[in-house]
Design a protein around this ligand. Structure first.
Ligand code: COI
Length: 361
């Protein structure tokens, strides 16, 4: 791979972050950008000042949605260091999405090195607050100007950085989620296991119903039988029954979450019986009535560990832990964010330190 070229933003004053960050509203000074064409493959890697994109109105992404993305975070540690959580997993998953959408794969090691360099350059943008971090959005899209339906010839890969706090408006309080059966989001053998824009576009009408019913998110059912619980729009779902912690298995219709996988590992190490399986909605409702549903929580990079205080279905609210954050979700949140922020020992080797570049050496 060629060396990265630099055309950095010339910052005169120190970065001052707003008191309340929310999610995805602010962006750092610079981005990483790289181009693809069939002759040169991936080429022209640059770290450059953030600016608008120039695209032909016929660019394939604008018409046929050939675009994929990832989400990961950089953290500031008590030792004054900066670190990433399992970045190679994100670039491997980006490659899985790329294969499904006929897009070019990236070199995972190069991308991790380039990302470390970008975060190092923009390290002043990594927030220091307890529940804050720098969200990283790698994304790729087809930019060939061509109205025929076919894979684009040319692509761009960009890494965008955004200092963030809590994803949901509730902050880190428990959220309420809606089960609705008017719309479905993804289907097995479709794009459900890819991180691609269409899945999120498909979720918005259901999301609007949730908002009208006073809920923050939709808990989607499987698209074929509307019988099994699958995934919340922005996170994977876990249910703590009295005898096991269950999460929907990777059916092809849901996202293989990195926080999901990490949470299962931690829970198993804590001695929980973790089961990945089909979870019928009926089982959850029946066992709720018997008092056998102890907790529900979601896992995701943006959402971290989000406790569910109530599930709304068929006009009824099924309340958990009096609508408060559940003890298992809280323990898992503390453990995971402890590892991510360098406050708990990284006993799994999940952490990558951010240092200035090895990639151009
Ligand atoms: C993430 O957790 O990184 C996500 O991609 C969820 C969302 C903000 C789309």
């Amino acid at each position: 791979m060629e060396n990265i070229k630099y055309n950095l933003y010339e910052r005169k004053d120190p970065v001052v972050l707003p008191e309340t960050l929310g999610f995805g509203r602010y962006f750092s000074d610079n981005v990483f950008v790289m181009d693809y064409n069939p002759q040169k493959g991936w080429h022209n890697p640059q770290i450059t000042a953030l600016g608008n994109l120039h695209m032909h109105p016929a660019a394939s992404v604008l018409h046929y949605g050939q675009t994929i993305f990832e989400g990961l975070k950089a953290y500031y540690t008590p030792d004054g260091e900066y670190q990433l959580f399992r970045p190679e997993e994100n670039f491997k998953r980006l490659n899985n999405s790329a294969r499904r959408l006929c897009m070019p794969e990236v070199d995972v090691d190069f991308c991790v090195e380039a990302l470390k360099e970008l975060v190092w350059i923009d390290r002043e943008w990594v927030p220091r607050g307890d529940k804050e971090s720098l969200y990283i959005r790698p994304f790729m899209f087809g930019e060939e100007a061509m109205l025929g339906v076919k894979p684009s010839d040319t692509y761009k890969l960009i890494f965008l950085l955004s200092p963030v706090g809590a994803y949901y408006p509730e902050g880190f309080q428990a959220i309420k989620i809606l089960i609705q059966d008017e719309y479905v989001r993804t289907v097995r053998k479709g794009l459900g296991e890819c991180k691609t824009a269409g899945n999120y576009a498909a979720s918005m009408a259901g999301q609007e119903i949730a908002r009208r019913e006073g809920c923050t998110q939709v808990l989607w059912l499987d698209a074929v039988e509307l019988k099994y619980i699958e995934e919340v729009g922005t996170m994977n779902i876990f249910i703590q029954f009295n005898d096991q912690v269950a999460t929907p298995m990777l059916s092809g219709g849901i996202l293989p979450g990195i926080t999901r996988k990490s949470s299962m590992r931690i829970l198993r190490d804590w001695g929980y019986n973790v089961s990945e399986r089909q979870i019928p909605l009926k089982e959850v409702l029946d066992r709720y009535e018997k008092g056998e549903v102890l907790e529900i929580f979601g896992t995701g990079t943006a959402a971290i560990i989000s406790s569910v205080g109530a599930v709304r279905y068929g006009g009824h609210d099924f309340v958990l832990n009096n609508g408060n954050v559940g003890p298992l979700a809280e323990r898992l949140f503390n453990e995971l964010t402890g590892i991510q922020k360098g406050k708990v020992e990284d006993r799994y080797g999940w952490i990558t330190k951010v240092e200035p570049l090895a990639v151009n050496a």
